[in-house]
Design a binder for this molecule. Structure first.
Ligand code: AMP
Length: 473
């Protein structure tokens, strides 16, 4: 700031001098010296920058300012020092919290670019996520000077294996990929990892769900004996413990509460739907929102296909993402998604988990996820980087329980409908108003018991008791 001020004062003086007399060269040099002195003095006295405090090396610090990162996010602040000092770390935080750089930065800091051997392995459950981590690496790496460059390779399934093995002949210092493909190449020794002593397991709970932990286990067993492991996961389920215990020594456990769960900038909306016309309700809802970019979530690949086909038949600009979409198409969709070349992406949770898509204005849940934690992951895809977002869910009578559970997690819903060109809260009927919930949403009343039903039940009970008594005599 002071430097700027100095410039503001001196530049007009310079101009005046230049205008007056070109021969007063000495005056310029004195002014320049004074200026330089003020700047140097300021530099010496100034506070350390936030990344400097984390002991990230200078070239990485300048690369970070080159990509516009001014200060670390909470997860970065809390795990980077531990990783730099060689500790095992469990980082519990959501996508969007900056967790990719929470492990990339200390790894890049520690890798010795003079050593031509694999030093770090990063594993992620999906190709898209692995590719995204690799892209984040490239983003930073492009800012580094030639002599500080680190060689990294993306190793993902669904690509030509032979070509990949060929490429690995130039040994990378870091590999980023999916466990299956990395393990494949490790088994055949086309990728040698015994030199590497840093292993990152990203989205570990998803790795477990998808049955990849065995592959990770195998990779880890082939790595250096003194292995430093960094596990990142939204949740740390009990079933993950044996794996963690096998490789981690007194890990530093850092839990960053997901801010976006209760963030004011996400509006959680319920839209009433009936089971038999849910698809048309979804299409109408999507059209009424007319979002900048929306992700529509469904629980199965089949439902994703049905929705995407129906939306496409309506002439809507839509793509789909699930496990059966061929790798090439998935890659292409991810590229187009970043450029917002279409308006709706219909996806399953597993395909979309961990993927950072900028500018998602709306999330539309065709159905509530079976595991309600996924509701939070889904909602967290919107309202990023200080923007606001809407997470709308089609709501049926059978979803009451899910809504109740989410309300216990402090998510407050609004029941809305589209009327006269705008979204408005649903006004409760007189009957429903007696059931008003504390957060202002009016859920439909549970179905009434048929008249006379209780009387009938009592009669039946009496009959059964009589019969029982007769039989026991
Ligand atoms: P992630 O949770 O790793 O998917 O990161 C979410 C987004 O935050 C990505 O687009 C990152 O490039 C960005 N990001 C990560 N760290 C920082 C930081 N310190 N400052 C600004 N943006 C960041």
């Amino acid at each position: 700031m002071k430097f700027k001020k100095t410039c503001v004062i001196f530049i007009p003086v310079f101009l005046a001098i230049i205008k007056d007399d070109w021969r007063k060269n000495e005056t310029y040099s004195i002014i320049l010296k004074v200026n330089r002195f003020t700047f140097e003095k300021e530099k010496g006295e100034r506070m350390k920058t936030p990344f400097e405090r984390l002991k990230i090396n200078e070239s990485l610090q300048s690369a970070l300012s080159g990509i516009g990162f001014e200060k670390p996010t909470e997860i970065q602040e809390r795990v980077i020092p531990g990783i730099i000092n060689g500790f095992d770390v469990i980082g519990q935080s959501q996508t969007g919290s900056g967790k990719t750089f929470a492990f990339l930065l200390p790894l890049m800091h520690r890798i010795d670019n003079q050593k031509n051997e694999v030093q770090a392995v990063i594993t992620a459950p999906t190709r898209e996520l692995a590719q995204q981590i690799y892209n984040e690496f490239l983003k930073l790496s492009e800012q580094l000077p030639e002599d500080k460059q680190i060689k990294a390779k993306a190793i993902v399934g669904g690509t030509d294996r032979k070509r990949m093995a060929e490429k690995l002949k130039t040994v990378p210092q870091m590999v980023i990929g999916t466990p299956g493909r990395i393990n494949d190449l490790v088994k055949t020794q086309e990728l040698v990892v015994y030199t590497a002593n840093m292993l990152v397991v990203d989205e570990a709970d998803q790795m477990l769900d998808m049955g990849f932990i065995e592959d990770v286990d195998h990779i880890a067993s082939r790595m250096a004996n003194e292995l430093q492991m960094m596990v990142f996961s939204a949740t740390v389920p009990e079933k993950l413990q044996p794996f963690l215990k096998k490789y981690m020594k007194n890990p530093k456990h850092v839990h960053v509460e997901p801010q976006h769960v209760t963030a004011k900038d996400i509006k959680h909306v319920l839209i009433q739907a009936k089971h038999n016309d849910k698809l048309s309700k979804l299409i109408k809802t999507a059209k009424d929102f007319n979002p900048y970019f929306a992700i529509v979530f469904a629980n199965t690949k089949k439902t994703v296909d049905e929705i995407a086909d129906a939306m496409s038949a309506e002439g809507m600009s839509v793509e789909r993402l699930h496990g059966d979409v061929p790798p090439r198409t998935r890659k292409n969709i991810m590229k187009r998604v970043q450029k917002a070349e279409f308006q709706f992406l219909v996806a399953t949770d597993l395909a979309a988990r961990g993927i950072d898509i900028k500018g998602v204005s709306h999330i539309i849940n065709y159905e509530f996820p079976k595991d309600l934690d996924f509701y939070i992951h889904r909602a967290g895809r919107t309202a990023r980087a200080g923007m606001s977002g809407i997470c709308a869910s089609l709501f049926e009578q059978t979803d009451q329980h899910a809504v109740q559970k989410l309300k216990e997690k402090k998510i407050s819903f609004q029941l809305e409908q589209y009327k006269n060109g705008e979204w408005v809260p649903v006004k409760p009927s007189k009957k429903a108003s007696s059931q008003k919930q504390e957060d202002g949403i009016y859920l439909p009343k549970p179905r009434k018991v048929k008249p006379g039903y209780k009387k009938k039940m009592d009669e039946q009970k009496k009959k059964l008791m009589k019969k029982k008594r007769r039989n026991t005599r």
